[in-house]
Design a protein around this ligand. Structure first.
Ligand SMILES: C[S@@+](CC[C@H](N)C(=O)[O-])C[C@H]1O[C@@H](n2cnc3c(N)ncnc32)[C@H](O)[C@@H]1O
Length: 384
């Protein structure tokens, strides 16, 4: 097996379970891509991973010992991941990359069908080892590859295709009595945002009959539909007509009504302000607004704009639920954007609650990148 050797002093973070070794941390590196054993400068073996020459994140460790990366290894990893999700029912994230000891691999389980994201060259190179193991462990009828921005950035040009089985035309998803059907094309681009499941539950619990609820960046309306079934008047906003179509079908199945507006969220919010609307609950759940640290100022600016609109639209006693799914936008950044929006709209507010992603998207303390979803629940708290 080929070998890589760390520069002196660089072994500490690996011994503390950080799985990515950067090119400039290596004193000795292989010439070719492939499975590689990592050693400390003193010769101690530290782990086994996949080496990608030319990549800044040069070596991604799959294990912190000297064992092989064979089909049996992947089978154990998938079994461990499945065991941790046993109580979650048939719809969940089964594999959350590094957090589950599987760098570059994300698997969402929709009962009999899996959506699989491959985000690194290494994970793709190892596919003949993990695909059969994944099929064996899950017994899923079909697995579909989902191309992602991460994969593209890593130089992968993967097509939407089946890894095994025949993919269905639509993907079904159920959550606490809500049933959705998504055209496969849309499911492969966006999925169902399983990571907001717990927030949707918490949100529904605080909706009262007769409330006015605004679900911005609604996708298939997971928040809006729950509000509607509690007897609220719900309005959902998204720019994706296919997602709004799925929302409409889910509403009919449930026997509720949700108003929709398609379009660019900040513009729709400005129009709602101009029209004099008021809402008791507002959800702001934009897509990842910062894909690198460079994007952070712009992301904060957009959050400030969204929150200022939301504060203007709140009825007395109302609340805003604002989420960021970008690793680079920290809780403190969201809070700062909220304070700026408060300053722009003369709104003093309190933080009612802060939540993070649910159990099936584990946040491993030693791998900071595994924490990405933060949600603040904010409520105006005026004094004179
Ligand atoms: C993180 S998802 C929202 C998930 C949703 N809250 C749920 O619980 O399923 C972001 C959504 O924003 C939508 N979107 C992206 N840019 C938009 C824009 N400028 N205006 C309106 N919607 C947008 C996408 O179509 C996507 O459905």
């Amino acid at each position: 097996m080929q070998r890589a050797v760390l520069k002196p002093g660089k072994e500490k973070k690996v011994k503390n379970f950080y799985p990515t070794v950067y090119a400039d941390e290596l004193a000795e590196a292989p010439k070719a891509p492939g499975i590689t054993r990592l050693y400390a400068a003193g010769g101690e073996p530290l782990g086994t991973g996949y080496f990608e020459p030319g990549s800044r994140a040069a070596l991604r460790l799959y294990r912190f010992d000297e064992g092989p990366l064979d089909a049996a290894f992947f089978e154990v990893r998938f079994r461990e991941a499945a065991r941790r999700r046993e109580r979650l029912g048939p719809y969940h994230r089964l594999v959350h990359a590094e957090a589950d000891g599987l760098p570059g691999l994300v698997v969402d389980r929709f009962s009999e069908v899996l959506l699989v994201q491959v985000r690194t060259q290494g994970a793709w190179a190892l596919k003949d080892r993990w695909i059969p193991a994944l099929e064996r462990v899950t017994g899923a009828r079909a697995a579909v590859l989902v191309p992602t921005e991460y994969g593209k950035k890593a130089g992968l040009s993967l097509e939407k295709r089946a890894l095994w089985g025949t993919p269905p035309k639509t993907l079904a998803y159920e959550e606490d009595g809500l049933s959705f059907e998504l055209p496969l094309e849309l499911a492969q681009t966006k999925g169902f945002y399983l990571d907001q499941r717990e927030n949707r539950r918490l949100f529904e619990a605080e909706v009262q009959p007769g409330m006015a609820v605004l679900d911005v960046y609604s996708h298939v309306g997971g928040f809006a539909l729950r509000a509607a079934r509690k007897g609220a008047r719900a309005l959902a906003v998204d720019k994706d007509l296919a997602a709004l179509g799925a929302l409409d079908r889910a509403a009919r199945t449930l026997g509720v009504w949700v108003d929709v507006r398609s379009g660019d969220a900040p513009r729709v919010l400005a129009a709602l302000v101009a029209e004099g609307h008021r809402f008791d609950r507002i959800v702001l759940d934009p897509p990842a607004l910062a894909k690198s640290p460079r994007d952070l100022p712009r992301a904060k600016h957009i959050f400030t704009e969204l929150l200022a609109h939301a504060f203007r639209l709140l009825a007395p006693g109302g609340r805003v639920w604002v989420s960021s799914c970008s690793y680079y936008v920290k809780e403190a950044d969201l809070l700062e954007a909220a304070r700026r929006a408060g300053a722009d709209t003369a709104t003093r507010f309190r933080v009612v609650r802060i939540t993070h992603q649910p159990d099936d998207h584990p946040w491993v303390a030693q791998v900071p990148e595994t924490l990405y979803l933060k949600t603040l629940v904010l409520e105006p708290h005026p004094i004179s």
